[in-house]
Design a protein around this ligand. Structure first.
Ligand SMILES: *Cc1c(COP(=O)(O)O)cnc(C)c1O
Length: 454
């Protein structure tokens, strides 16, 4: 009988995070101060982040130790299982080996607590009382509420309006863990009031919600801001995923030909992929693919240059692929992938050709999510259904080429709170929401005024 599941003992929880910056052949350009056009120094971030995280953000060290207090919380669900997708392989009739790392076993049901826990820990150590943040589908808000509760911090979450209305259970998870959840745009901040004055029915966006959360942190001494993706330290924290996966694949006597992850801001992808990218940079033959929604095609159709991380232009300018900070993605079910930008590190490795990028529409992704659920049992979150859809492409290509591949992907969360999306698909009412070309070109025109990257 083929083995389905590869488990590691608790003492194999990684004791360090892997920092890809130490191994990149070239570094991404620095974030810029939008006022001066000069690189921003660490002190510019001190109003909203604790020093320990700022140091990680700019660290050149390859390995960064994980505090024991963080590993103790990780031990509630880590090491996570690695599965061989025996059922899916059979359903597809392929001789490829398909593996997936399953991050849905965390309390919040996704990979996000891998970073919410250390972020809450370092803020607590720095004497901070409260964290403010934004959330799209609610995954990050619930993950940070869980972590804040554990370390005795208050948590205030600005949730994108469309998800606030359509995903009440995520809000209730936040409240169950003691967090406060506010629909964004809100009347609580200047950024929110400005948007509402223009468009009282705004369905919100991650860019707007980030503006609101940053404003709260920047204007309150005892409050810091926490981001669930995009920044270097967030991607760093996620590398426990790839480190464990490597060890589990060793147990299975396997090594991937291709590693796949879905990308919103880039963190679950980087968490799985960067420890393998280390091997690729060292000369190993391996392909790495980032998969995004066709209706928010940041890497495949965006511009690589400097852009703001948020709609109200409060953040530093980040070097990244972007659709423009004013871009309003269509209301697809993959709320976690509706972000106009991309992590600078992920943008850089795509720009330099180390990583490939591709995109799919939501109906084809849900088709594969349902096939996966029937074959493997686990119901995927809408976001990783993009990774699953690309697995199918790899399997088809392997067949055409007459080769057997080993494929690894990140099943970064379960879909238990996304059953309304499955209802839409199973009821036959789901549609592919195409990008509004007019909106796309308007939003990218705004980018032309910002510094480019050669
Ligand atoms: C937040 C989230 C994403 C998107 O964020 P990344 O930083 O790109 O990983 C993807 N999948 C799930 C399940 C999420 O919760």
């Amino acid at each position: 009988m083929a083995q389905h599941r590869y488990m590691l003992a608790e003492d194999r929880i990684p004791d360090r995070w892997y920092n890809i910056a130490a191994d990149l052949p070239s570094m991404p350009p620095p974030p810029l101060n939008p006022g001066t056009g000069e690189p921003i120094g660490p002190e510019a971030l001190a109003a909203i982040f604790p020093m320990a995280l700022i140091e990680q953000e700019v660290s050149p060290e390859r390995w960064i130790p994980i505090p024991d207090a963080v590993r103790e919380v990780y031990a509630m669900w880590r090491p996570t299982p690695l599965y061989r997708a025996v059922g899916l392989e059979q359903a597809l009739g392929t001789s490829c080996k398909i593996f997936y790392k399953y991050e849905g076993v965390s309390p919040a049901g996704s990979h996000k607590p891998n970073t919410s826990v250390p972020q809450a820990f370092y803020n607590k150590e720095a004497g901070v009382r409260k964290l403010s943040t934004e959330t799209g589908a609610g995954q990050w808000g619930s993950s940070l509420s869980f972590a804040c509760q554990h370390f005795g911090l208050e948590c205030e979450v600005f949730m994108v309006r469309v998800s606030f209305d359509s995903k009440p259970y995520r809000r209730l998870m936040m409240e169950t863990w003691g967090g406060t959840c506010i629909a964004s745009p809100s009347e609580l901040t200047n950024a929110g009031r400005t948007i509402l004055a223009e468009n009282p029915d705004s369905s919100g966006s991650l860019g707007i919600a980030i503006s609101e959360a940053v404003e709260v942190a920047a204007t309150n001494d005892d409050t810091n801001y926490a981001l669930g993706s995009v920044l270097n330290h967030v991607l760093l924290h996620q590398t426990v995923v790839g480190q464990e996966a490597k060890e589990q694949l060793d147990m299975a006597g396997a090594y991937p030909d291709v590693v796949i992850g879905c990308v919103g801001g880039g963190s679950n992808f980087a968490g799985l992929a960067f420890p393998f990218l280390e091997d690729k940079i060292a000369g190993r033959d391996i392909r790495i693919v980032a998969v995004e929604p066709a209706s928010c095609p940041t890497l495949t159709r965006g511009t690589y240059g400097y852009d703001f991380g948020d709609t109200a232009q409060m953040t530093p300018l980040l070097p990244m692929h972007s659709l423009g900070h004013g871009f309003m993605p269509p209301s697809i079910h993959s709320g976690g992938l509706r972000y106009h930008g991309m992590a600078p590190l992920v943008s850089h490795v795509v720009h330099t050709g180390l990583v490939e990028a591709t995109s799919y529409s939501q109906v084809e992704c849900f088709t594969e999510a349902v096939r996966f659920a029937r074959a493997e049992g686990i119901i995927p979150a809408p976001e990783p259904s993009h990774a699953i859809r690309h697995v199918i492409t790899e399997v088809e290509r392997a067949k055409e080429e007459g080769v057997e591949k080993t494929i690894l992907f990140n099943l970064c969360g379960h879909g238990h709170f996304d059953m309304a999306a499955y209802a839409d698909f199973l009821g036959g009412t789901m549609q592919d929401l195409d990008v509004d070309e007019g909106e796309l070109s308007r939003a990218s025109e705004a980018l032309a005024a910002l510094p480019g990257i050669g």
